[in-house]
Design a protein around this ligand. Structure first.
Ligand code: FAD
Length: 433
C-alpha cells in the first residue's frame, strides 16, 4: 500500500480494493491473497455485520453446517446442524483471521469514480481517499429492505420489514399480518404463532423443497441434481421465492401444516383501504404450485437414486399430504384488520441492492450491474455476491466462494496484461537501472 500527500490531502494507493467484508468480501480476499494480489477490504461496520445485526435473534442458517460454509474451514459442532446467526458471523471472523484478510473495519465507502484518461478508480471514504487499479463491489444482494407501495398509512399499526424484526416481544400485543412467505416470512410467522400470537400469513408463489428426503438434506439433493448450478432462473419463475428453514433442527415448510398449527393463510396482499386488507384469490393455486415443486424434487431424487443405485432408505412419510385447511378451501379475500385484532404488519417482501455510490457506467437502465460472472462492463470494476452471478448458488455462502475464485483469476489475467512491456520498453527499463 502506498501513500501520497503531494496534493495536500493524503491518498492511499492499492492495487485492488474490495468494498464490504461479508462472506463475499472475505472469500474475495482469500483468493486475492492466494494469487498474490495486493489488496485491502474496506468494511463500514464489522466483519459479517449483516449476520450480526441485520437478522432476527433466533435465525439459524438455512443450510446445514457441512454445506453452508467455505472449503477452507468447517464449523465447530454437528456438521448436520444449523448454525445460529452469531455462529455464522463468528465463522467468517475466524475465516478472515485464518487467511489474514487485510480488512479495515469502520470505513464507509462514499463513492467510487472512474479516473479520467488513466486507468483505475478514485474511491472516497470516511477514512480519506484511495486510488485503486481495481474495485470489487462486495456489498451484498440483500441491502435495502423493500416495502411495497400498497402498505397502509395507519399510525395505529406497527409496520416493520423483516430486516427489522428481532423477536415476538418487540411487537405490540395483538395479532400480526406477515406479508410474504419466503424463508424469512414463514420462519417469522411460525415463531410468532408458537409464541401464542394470532398470525395471518400472506402467501405468494413459492418453491418449497423438502428439508430432507431419504436421509439427505435438500442442499445435498439440489447439489447432486445440478440445481445449484442453474445459470438463470427458470423462465417465468424469476419472482418465485424459496421457502426453507433450518429452525428447530430443520423441517420442511408445509403450508397446510402451518395452517393446522394455527396460522391463517391468505393469498397475496393486494390493497389496504380504510382499515381493510384485500388479498388475491390465488392462495390455493400458490399452495398447489409449491406442492408441485416439492413433489418434483422427490421424483427427481428417486430417479437419481434409482439410476445411480444409491442405497438410501425409502421415505414414504415424505409423500403424506396434510388435509386441506379451511383457510385454503374458503380463503379470506377481505379482512378488517382492527376487527381481526391485527396490531402489526411485518413485510417479508425482500431486498434490493443499492449501488448509488458506484458512480461508474456499469449499470443498465434498471440500475442492475452490467456484468458477466461479476466482471463488469467497465474495465477494472467487479461485482460479487449477486443473485445468479454465475449460478443459483451465487448469493449463498458456498456459491460466492467459487465466484470469488473466478473474479480473482480474471484480476490476475488483467494484471498480467497491464504488466506487459514491449522489447523497447523493456530495454528502456534496463538502461535506466
Ligand atoms: C434473512 C436472510 C437469511 C439468509 N440465510 C442464508 C443462509 O442460511 N445460507 C446462505 O448461504 N445464505 C443466506 N442468506 C443469503 C446471503 O448468504 C446473505 O445475505 C449474506 O449476508 C450475503 O453476503 P454478502 O457478503 O454478499 O453481503 P453482506 O453480508 O450484506 O455483506 C456486505 C457488507 O458490505 C458492507 N457495506 C455495504 N456498503 C458499504 C459501503 N458503502 N462501504 C463499506 N462497507 C459497506 C456491509 O456493512 C456488509 O458487512 C440469507 C439472507 C437473508 C436476508
Amino acid at each position: 500500500m502506498v501513500k501520497s500527500s503531494a496534493s495536500g490531502s493524503e491518498t492511499t494507493f492499492i492495487d485492488t480494493l474490495v468494498v464490504g467484508a461479508g462472506q463475499a468480501g472475505i472469500a474475495m480476499s482469500e483468493h486475492l491473497s492466494k494469487s498474490g494480489v495486493p489488496h485491502l477490504v474496506l468494511e463500514r461496520a464489522r466483519i459479517a455485520e449483516r449476520w450480526r445485526t441485520g437478522r432476527w435473534d433466533s435465525l439459524v442458517a438455512n443450510g446445514p453446517a457441512w454445506h453452508d460454509r467455505f472449503p477452507g474451514l468447517e464449523f465447530e459442532g454437528d456438521p448436520d446442524g444449523f448454525p445460529g446467526k452469531e455462529e455464522v458471523a463468528d465463522y467468517f471472523e475466524a475465516y478472515a483471521k485464518r487467511y489474514e484478510a487485510p480488512v479495515r473495519t469502520g470505513v464507509e465507502v462514499h463513492n467510487v469514480r472512474r479516473n479520467e484518461r488513466r486507468p483505475g478508480f478514485t474511491v472516497t471514504t470516511s477514512a480519506g481517499v484511495f486510488e485503486a487499479n481495481r474495485v470489487v463491489v462486495a456489498t451484498g444482494a440483500f441491502q435495502r429492505p423493500i416495502i411495497p407501495s400498497i402498505a397502509p398509512i395507519d399510525k395505529r399499526m406497527m409496520q416493520i420489514h423483516s430486516a427489522e424484526y428481532r423477536s415476538p416481544a418487540q411487537l405490540p400485543d395483538g395479532g400480526v399480518l406477515v406479508v410474504g412467505a419466503g424463508s424469512s416470512g414463514v420462519q417469522i410467522a411460525d415463531e410468532l404463532n408458537r409464541s401464542g400470537r394470532k398470525v395471518i400469513l400472506s402467501v405468494g408463489p413459492h418453491d418449497r423443497p423438502p428439508r430432507a428426503y431419504r436421509n439427505r438434506d435438500y442442499c445435498w439433493w439440489l447439489g447432486v441434481l445440478g440445481e445449484w448450478e442453474a445459470a438463470t432462473p427458470t423462465p417465468g419463475r424469476e419472482h418465485v421465492t424459496i421457502a426453507v428453514s433450518g429452525a428447530r433442527g430443520g423441517q420442511t415448510i408445509d403450508f397446510r401444516r402451518l395452517a393446522l398449527e394455527g396460522i391463517t393463510l391468505v393469498g397475496q396482499a393486494e390493497a389496504f383501504q380504510e382499515g381493510k386488507a384485500t388479498f388475491r384469490p390465488d392462495l390455493a393455486e400458490n399452495v398447489e404450485r409449491g406442492d408441485k415443486n416439492y413433489g418434483a424434487v422427490l421424483d427427481r431424487a428417486d430417479a437419481f437414486a434409482e439410476r445411480n443405485g444409491l442405497d438410501l432408505p425409502p421415505d414414504p412419510g415424505a409423500r403424506k399430504a396434510y388435509p386441506e385447511p379451511d383457510c385454503v378451501t374458503h380463503p379470506i379475500r377481505e379482512l378488517d384488520l382492527a376487527e381481526a385484532g391485527v396490531s402489526s404488519i411485518i413485510w417479508a417482501t425482500g431486498y434490493v441492492a443499492d449501488y448509488s455510490w458506484v458512480q461508474v457506467d456499469a449499470f443498465d437502465a434498471n440500475g442492475k450491474p452490467r456484468h458477466q460472472r461479476g466482471v463488469s462492463s467497465e474495465s477494472g470494476l467487479y461485482f460479487l455476491g449477486l443473485p445468479y452471478q454465475s449460478r443459483r448458488g451465487s448469493s449463498f455462502i458456498w456459491g460466492v466462494w467459487h465466484d470469488a475464485k473466478f473474479v480473482a483469476d480474471h484480476i490476475v489475467i488483467q494484471r498480467d496484461y497491464s504488466a506487459y512491456r514491449d522489447p523497447s520498453e523493456r530495454r528502456k527499463t534496463l538502461n535506466t537501472k
